[in-house]
Design a protein around this ligand. Sequence first.
Ligand code: ZN
Length: 144
Amino acid sequence: MRDHIECLASRPRFERLIRMRDTGDGHFKTCSQCGFVWESRESFLKDPALKMIGYQVHGEDQREGLFLFNHDCHTTLSLRAGHFLDLYQGPMFQARLIGTEACPGQCLRQGDLRPCPEKCECAYVREVIQIILNWPKQPVATRR
Ligand SMILES: [Zn+2]
């Protein structure tokens, strides 16, 4: 069996779609509990008041998976993985190994955010998770 690496040229199409959806109200995300507004993805990623705590894999579409974050107002926010997938520019694979013997099982445990070494369709989402976890934190200016 050979590995298929998806051509990166096919990505901008869905990224454009995601951006269009994001510009609906001009905000990246609003906290459902305290109402705090993150104007951009950048401000969301660098906010030390947010802690990524989980990933819910979607059965068919990686973009529809959910990234879970705890906000310091003690609520959990969920955002579609599709908002973040363009952060990773490395190789992608088409084989879906989740649930097979080759699957190390991280994707079956919501709170397991470790990377996956397998050449699986889901592995690049876990690379995105590492990028999010390692994003340099900086207090959001509007909080002063
Ligand atoms: Zn909040």
